[in-house]
Design a protein around this ligand. Structure first.
Ligand code: TYD
Length: 219
């Protein structure tokens, strides 16, 4: 396996890659991110794994809202995610641009696609898309991998793994709606973004292989 990976290192792009993982809560993003990170590292690439919401002060405000400790209007939440995302791009210590500049691939657990799918449940999708896509500080990823898992299955996983459910994890119907929103948004974005939908109902290793072959295909 290792020698295969070393060989495929010759075919990986020279530039650092910015890869985003999206999917419902409980879709297995963390597992797949960590598997991809290991494979890229075995190929001799530097990898920086990061996530949204971040652990910044704004990220803290977001987590308070997600755990329902502090109620926010959907448009407040959309604005907080936007602010958090700008910091995530430009922060001189833990920012995405800094990592890319230093030659690391960046793998990010959630990005603006989540704002489009989740916040559009409560506020205007076009406004959210405009804010994020037209913000000069917010980079466009090279690739977005959407891990597609049956919402019922995600809901069961979330129920068994979490002590406290966040606001978007409470109801299987809401999770189904969010999946629909993701697909609606991907349709709207069309070929302006590189979005790859991966069937993540399959065994973990098969999903990981599918992801690796998509990443290897990046130019
Ligand atoms: P999640 O990836 O589940 O993090 P954790 O495993 O630490 O809880 O993300 C937290 C929640 O935030 C998730 O329900 C999706 C939501 N979210 C949005 O609503 N909008 C966004 O822009 C982002 C990045 C996340």
């Amino acid at each position: 396996m290792l020698s295969n990976l070393k060989q495929s290192a010759d075919t990986t792009p020279n530039k650092p890659l910015f890869i985003v993982f999206e999917g419902l809560d409980g879709s297995g993003k963390s597992t797949q991110i960590s598997m991809l990170k290991d494979k890229l590292k075995q190929m001799g690439r530097k990898v920086y794994v990061t996530a949204e919401p971040t652990s910044s002060a704004t990220g803290g405000l977001i987590r308070d809202a997600l755990s329902n400790n502090y109620k926010r209007e959907p448009s407040e939440l959309a604005s907080l995610f936007l602010t958090d995302r700008v910091s995530h791009n430009v922060n001189p210590v833990w920012g995405i641009k800094k990592a890319l500049k230093e030659g690391s691939d960046v793998i990010c657990d959630r990005y603006y696609y989540s704002s489009f799918a989740y916040q559009s449940l409560g506020t205007d999708l076009k406004w959210i898309m405009d804010m994020n896509l037209n913000c000069p500080q917010i980079l466009k990823p090279d690739l977005c991998i959407y891990l597609d898992v049956d919402p019922e299955r995600c809901k069961n996983r979330v129920d068994s793994e979490r002590n406290h459910l966040e606001i978007f994890e409470e109801d299987a119907k809401v999770m189904q709606k969010i999946r629909n929103q993701f697909f609606d948004v991907f349709d709207k974005l069309g070929s302006s973004e590189n979005i790859q939908i991966v069937d993540a109902n399959k065994p973990i290793n098969e999903v990981a292989d599918d992801i690796l072959s998509i990443v290897m295909g990046l130019k």
